[in-house]
Write a protein that binds this ligand. Sequence first.
Ligand SMILES: OC[C@@H]1[C@@H](O)[C@H](O)[C@@H](O)c2nc(CNc3ccccc3)cn21
Length: 453
Amino acid sequence: MSQTPVFPEGFLWGAATAAHQIEGSPLADGAGPSIWTRFAHTPGMMLNGDTGDVACDHYNRWREDVKLMRELGLTAYRFSVSWSRILPEGTGRVNPKGVDFYSRLVDALLENGIEPLLTLYHWDLPAALDDRGGWLNRDIADWFAEYAGVMYRALDGRVKKWVTLNEPWVVTDGGYLHGALAPGHRSRFEAPIASHNLMRAHGAAVKAYRELGKHEIGLVVNIEPKYPASDSAEDQAATRRAHAYMNEQYLHPALLGHYPPELKEIFGEAWPDWPAEDFELIKQKLDFVGINYYTRNVTRAAESYPLNAAMVKQPLGTYTETGWEVFPQGLADLLLWFKRTYGDLPVYITENGAAFFDPPTADVDPRTGARRVRDPLRIDYLRKHIGAVYDAIQAGVDVRGYMLWSLLDNLEWSLGYSKRFGMIHVNYATQERTPKDSARWYAEVIRTHGRKL
Ligand SMILES: OC[C@@H]1[C@@H](O)[C@H](O)[C@@H](O)c2nc(CNc3ccccc3)cn21
């Protein structure tokens, strides 16, 4: 970044969370269980046996959390809705208390000048639908559109930026191919089917929005730039496969109406011949794309499944607690690739952040009793990545906002509470919130509209 940044007028400065990671009370007020309720209570699936039963108790503490957002000066907040709070069986009967929770949250955000960005699906499929095949059942496109319609009717107008899916790649790769995430399947035949039905459901929800909604809707993907470890043909080919598998597998059908050809090469006999009409459903006009960026991959050829590619650890690199290399240039490179490949569609950075070690309890000043959590590594990470966003904007990419992952320390899926991504520290024993130094730094970035990076 070569000069004091000035971000575009109206650029949104926010933070992001997800229902199952922060809310707790998964079965309160008539809610049905999700696949994560089940997965977390399946022995051996979660580090330390952690579950989302309490999490950050946001279901009860949401007023306090909105107050903290206001104090930091956030102008936007990205959150997700738990499908099984709204439709306990996934379809049919609506649970009014579930709708009320999100309606009250949205009203509180608006009263505090915070724009809501609502994600309809952030991995917590109703268990009742998983029992009917879940993402492997083609009917899920209709089930998802039904759920989306309930939310559009309830909140559209107060919510003006909707997201259909969060990261279909992780849902499929984690939940159906490698089994590390709910529902814990390990099948190279199931993964492409789940992946395709996720995109059909995305298309059906966007189509429903065009009939019911009056504002904006998009898709959120996690993408990582892939750099070849060498200029050997094998490493170049492995990098091409890795790029297609993560970065193009979802954006291509959503924005171009076809899959990248590498997917047939990767999955072979496990890659079906999809009906042409499926792509008419999937390729719906979008108002924006959300990009979740965390790291890059230096890629080499290797015997691995299914990509025959492996990541190369960088000896001089800095790595986060989740083992991801800190590489801010990758975000700028990725945004320029997006613009070159898909054109001038507006983009939001819908997640960016890092887990570094933070203590389980905040430091307390013995004289004043003030609590503090020092997190200089996170400040350095955020400063450099927000700087990369600025550089991409200067290079002509239409980035409209930045959502820091995450507002609060929270349940890091099957890693439990072992990884802290929050700019606000959560003492899980007391549920006490303490803004970390990174939160106070981010508040200054927001107040100066990026000048104080
Ligand atoms: O891991 C941090 C966050 C996670 O808490 C969010 O719920 C999720 O949206 C999210 N996506 C990524 C992107 N990368 C990723 C790669 C492999 C497995 C899981 C996530 C990171 N994160």
